[in-house]
Ligand binder design. Structure first.
Ligand code: NAP
Length: 261
């Protein structure tokens, strides 16, 4: 298995895309740390995966420096190493540009962007030390979005945060390349998780999404997990500083496609 005995931290992994990545990594042989703020869902997620392999839950608000420090310390205590970090925790705050509260702007940026920076820096320090001691380099994967490139007018902080993730991916990849540590991102299109649950009961909203999706379907979380598994594996050993968009063809599309009834 491609991640046999690797130790992976995945933030925001109590549910959704993060949980799918955790499940795929456990199936690929990794020991997985699920880091989240929802303790009951996080504990249940780890319990769920224990049948497949090694998984544990650690409480961590990625926006809090002490929580992040504790996440790294507890992971090293439990497994003695960290090979892969997936910065997946993310939230949205919808509001028109003219009405958006600065507190909501700060809250989204502090989790989506500052949280990814804090986790990356803390884990990268461990990874660099390991390389300097003769160990193998690890890798970091950031969960970006198509909204790093295209924007939604009432998702101001979310789009800004994902634009920032693009540059965080590039700048940390360049800084860590000298140690062989790779940093990449995944840019999902519309994926069926709680974040998108409202479109299930809203036909017009679903049609709006499909009309911008040449593959004419919403993606599954496991399809993002597959990209993460590739980026974490030795098959991606010469890939760094990239964002792979898994979006059913949305970004290359100009205008819309016809949605069958
Ligand atoms: P989700 O279902 O809402 O799951 C996100 C998880 O992150 C939840 O368990 C959430 O806990 C947790 N979380 C929130 N704030 C946190 C914090 N401060 N520290 C640690 N964990 C925290 O979201 P998802 O749809 O799987 O999205 C995961 C990632 O993919 C996000 O970065 C998102 O931007 C990106 N993405 C998703 C889509 C999509 O269509 N779903 C598309 C593009 C990109 P609570 O529920 O308690 O807040």
């Amino acid at each position: 298995m491609s991640l046999e005995n690797k130790v992976a931290i995945i933030t925001g992994a109590a549910r959704g895309i993060g949980f799918a990545v955790a499940k795929r990594f456990v199936m690929d042989g990794a020991k997985v740390v699920i880091a989240d703020v929802d303790d009951s869902a996080g504990e249940a997620a780890a319990e769920d995966l224990k049948g497949l392999g090694e998984a544990t839950y650690i409480h961590c608000n990625v926006a809090e420096r002490l929580d992040v420090r504790n996440l790294v310390a507890e992971t090293l205590n439990a497994y003695g190493d960290i090979d892969v970090l997936v910065n997946n925790a993310g939230i949205v705050a919808g509001a028109d540009f003219l009405d958006l509260e600065v507190e909501d702007f700060d809250r989204v940026l502090s989790i989506n962007l500052r949280g990814s920076f804090l986790c990356s820096q803390a884990v990268a320090r461990h990874m660099v030390e390991k390389v300097q001691d003769g160990g193998e380099p690890g890798c970091i994967i950031n969960m970006s979005s198509i909204n790093a490139v295209v924007a939604i007018p009432n998702q101001v902080p979310y789009c800004v945060s994902k634009g920032g993730i693009s540059q965080l991916t590039k700048v940390s990849a360049l800084s860590l390349a000298q140690y062989g540590i790779r940093v990449n991102a995944i840019g999902p299109g519309s994926i069926m998780t709680d974040m998108l649950a409202s479109v299930n009961s809203d036909k017009a909203a679903k049609n709006r999404i499909l009309s911008r999706t040449p593959m004419l379907r919403i993606g599954e979380a496991s399809e993002i997990a597959g990209v993460a598994a590739f980026l974490a594996s030795p098959d991606a050993s010469y890939v760094t500083g990239q964002t792979i968009f898994a979006d059913g063809g949305r970004l290359p599309l100009n205008y819309t496609v016809a949605v069958p009834e």
